[in-house]
Ligand binder design. Structure first.
Ligand code: PLP
Length: 469
């Protein structure tokens, strides 16, 4: 979809005349042609160029010094890529199946992102904010609401923000504000919600809140077992029942990540979530879906749509692949006071890119039960299964759903996962670790552009790494 300027008199605007200036379109065509030429040689992973290695290492050292610690991977982009392939500043090319932990949904240097960035560069300001907005921000909010409500959800408002943690903070505020004086939250074991003081408290990782004050009272429920057996569902619902009776009226919300991301790629089931939600709603809890990582990766844009949980969505946060973040919530939950605001809602380029990404995901056919996401999952899962048969004992899996896919390396220890993920990186394939006991290696391939060929390439690299592991 092209940006629709909601002004009735757009044609009389000076800005419209500027945007419609033929030189702008000419410049755009030149840039697109130059991009296409530059991308021509990016076809397969390759190693660094020897003459760049020393300078690259100096850059990595400078990065570590400036940010106060070495980066997880010695990764510095050159500024050019093609689909799932990216050139680094040492001249190497990597197959990027982690994409900034799920951010680059169209891979690298996608022409539609160049177009949207150039268009955004024509705006009068880099940043958009609550005090001074531009029409494309309205369009993105309306699109996210329309997308979220297309199977019957009733989300009325969309508040943009610049990080997933902030979108979740806003979600927490909406929940507490509406359930005052309730001050507790219920979440699932192993959940991840971000790194602010509140979301780090919600995140089920004690080391992420070491030395930090307790800001939230969070109660955790056990996740289902591998098959989400009746017994494991009973256990979780029983636990929920106990908590609600132990702290009557004190819980504001049930917080759910429908496929635990950082937790290790454990997708739940409709039955499991449905039973928890039924019980929670009986006591008036609001249901929050954290879709920061899941958005656009399953058979529908939202995971709650994939699991058929449209009727029960009260608050939904989204981010990463959308290039900006946001919180959707029911109209009835609109706060009665100025509790929600922030200087930045998003960069102009993020707003433009967000619309471009949504367009491309739709036109690439990512969604539907037999859409691109689920099909690519099957191809990747088949490849990983073959590898696990060939390299028995060195790899288990696959796990995950849609374009969230993982395997367990070696004995499931974090040492094995760390060693393997770095061997993969050196061999040209980027993934990342997730979860603990076992620690897995996960992939977030870019849904809009990943090809079967990319997946075969990834499996071939993994095969080589496993031979040496
Ligand atoms: C489920 C989930 N929630 C929240 C966040 C936090 O997002 P951000 O890092 O943009 O603050 C993440 C990030 O990985 C996430 O996966």
């Amino acid at each position: 979809m092209e940006f629709v300027n909601p002004s009735d008199h757009a044609e009389s605007l000076l800005a419209e005349r500027f945007r419609a200036d033929p030189r702008v379109e000419q410049a755009m065509q030149l840039l697109l042609a130059a991009l296409s030429d530059a991308q021509g040689n990016i076809t397969v992973p390759r190693t660094a160029q020897p003459q760049l290695v020393q300078h690259y290492q100096q850059l990595i050292d400078r990065l570590g010094k400036a940010r106060g610690g070495a980066p997880y991977f010695p990764y510095l982009a050159s500024g050019l890529g093609r689909g799932a392939l990216v050139e680094l500043a040492d001249g190497s090319i990597k197959l990027d199946f982690i994409c900034g932990i799920g951010v680059h949904g169209l891979g690298h240097s996608h022409p539609s992102l160049l177009k949207s960035s150039v268009r955004a560069a024509l705006e009068d300001t880099i940043m958009q904010g609550n005090l001074q907005q531009h029409p494309p921000s309205i369009v993105v909010c309306e699109r996210m609401l329309a997308l979220a409500n297309r199977f019957g959800a009733q989300l009325g408002h969309c508040l943009l923000s610049t990080s997933g943690a902030m979108a979740n903070e806003n979600g927490l505020k909406i929940a507490f504000h509406n359930r005052f004086p309730a001050h507790r939250i219920i979440a699932l074991d192993n959940c991840f919600a971000g790194r602010t003081l509140a979301t780090a408290q919600l995140t089920d990782r004690p080391q992420y809140r070491a030395g930090l004050p307790t800001t939230l009272a969070v109660d955790y429920l056990p996740n289902g077992d591998a098959t989400y057996s009746h017994a494991s569902q009973q256990r979780a619902v029983g636990e929920l029942d106990k908590l609600l009776n132990r702290y009557p009226g004190q819980h504001a919300a049930l917080w759910l990540e429908l496929v635990s991301g950082e937790g290790g790629y454990y997708p739940g089931t409709t039955d499991f979530f449905g039973r928890l939600i039924d019980r929670a709603k009986r006591d008036g809890l609001l249901v929050v879906f954290d879709e920061i990582q899941t958005f656009s990766r399953l058979s529908q844009p939202f995971a709650f749509q994939h699991f058929g949980l449209n009727d029960v969505a009260d608050i939904v946060s989204f981010g990463k692949i959308t290039q900006l973040c946001g919180t959707l919530y029911r109209e009835s939950l609109k706060p009665k006071g100025p509790v929600l605001s922030q200087t930045f809602t998003a960069a102009s380029s993020s707003v433009a890119a967000s619309a471009a990404v949504l367009d491309q995901l739709e036109s690439a056919g990512c969604f539907g039960p037999n859409g691109r996401n689920m099909q690519r999952h099957q191809v990747f899962a088949d490849g990983l299964e073959q590898l696990s048969r060939k390299h028995s004992g060195k790899i288990q899996g696959p796990y995950g759903l849609g374009m969230m896919i993982a395997f367990t390396p070696g004995d499931g220890s974090s040492e094995h996962a760390t060693r393997m993920v770095h061997m993969m990186y050196a061999a040209g394939l980027m993934g990342f670790v997730a979860g603990h006991d076992p620690t897995r290696i996960r992939f977030l391939p870019p849904p809009g552009v990943t090809t079967d060929d990319n997946i075969r390439m990834a499996c071939a690299i993994l095969d080589d790494v496993l031979n040496r592991f």
